[in-house]
Ligand binder design. Structure first.
Ligand code: PGA
Length: 257
């Protein structure tokens, strides 16, 4: 991710959908398909499962950066089963997803933890956090979305110091849209991204937001609907789950955003 404010970032989240061998195979596919993908203004990131990261790094090629799907908020210590930001950096990760809604749901990860993770990443590593926010279906129905988004941003990023060349990606993923086959309507996406940007501007100031933040959309993006998002102001890229498990499909998405 560079300082170019028009740069788009497209992130593949492979979740726990592939075993070790299939992850390495898909990484090789990415490396082949993205060999000629040299668009200056686009950064492509793949986030494989933890166990496959080292091996994936060996085959991923130069045009796709590597990210992890989770990290702990301490760099070292008695934290059985957890993942240090330093170890992720050591094996070649540049990015890490923080607080994905699937972790919030199944692992009871909350925004206090997410906040700690972001702080540690910024103070003790060069990893770029991809911080996930997004409302539930009920919040949308009852018009609580704006409040929920602003509150999540406040909890995750309130009091966080960011400056210099540090970066944060905020991924707006309406929980109800993830894996549903129904992406957010572009007008709604435009509106939600505006709210997110206003909340960030309020906390960090416009200059910092422009220089240090990207705000991306995630939730059932495919090569069919990607065009809906490509011209929207305030959308700096995409976080793609299901459709990133096929290198051809993902390449189409990257070309068309
Ligand atoms: P999806 O997942 O593209 O399969 O909806 C997105 C995500 O969970 O990051």
């Amino acid at each position: 991710m560079s300082d170019n404010k028009n740069e788009k970032i497209i992130i593949a989240n492979w979740k726990m959908k592939l075993g070790f061998g299939d992850s390495v195979k898909l990484a090789k596919d990415f490396s082949d398909k993205f060999a000629d993908f040299k668009e200056e203004s686009k950064t492509v990131v793949a986030c494989p499962s933890l166990v496959s990261l080292s091996e994936v790094k060996k085959v991923l090629g130069d045009n796709v950066k590597m990210g992890a799907q989770n990290v702990f908020w301490e760099v070292q210590g008695s934290y059985t089963g957890e993942i240090s930001p330093n170890s992720l950096e050591e094996i070649g990760c540049k990015y890490v997803i923080v607080g994905h809604s699937e972790r919030r749901k199944h692992l009871l990860e909350n925004y206090a933890m997410i906040h700690q993770k972001v702080k540690t990443l910024l103070s003790s590593s060069k990893l770029i956090p991809i911080v996930c926010i997004g409302e539930e279906a009920d919040d949308r129905k009852t018009d609580r979305r704006d409040y929920v988004l602003m509150n999540q941003i406040q909890q995750a990023l309130g009091g966080v110091n960011i400056g210099g060349d540090q970066k944060i990606v905020v991924a707006y993923e309406p929980v109800w849209a993830i894996g549903s086959g129904t992406a957010l309507d572009p007008e709604e996406a435009k509106y939600a991204h505006k709210i997110i940007r206003l909340a960030l501007n309020d906390m960090f100031g416009m200059k910092v937001v422009e220089a240090n933040f990207k705000v991306v959309y995630g939730g059932s993006v495919t090569s069919e609907n990607v065009k809906n998002f490509s011209d929207l102001e305030d959308i700096d890229g995409l976080l793609v789950g299901g459709a990133s498990l096929d290198a051809d499909e993902f390449l189409k998405i990257c070309k068309n955003i």
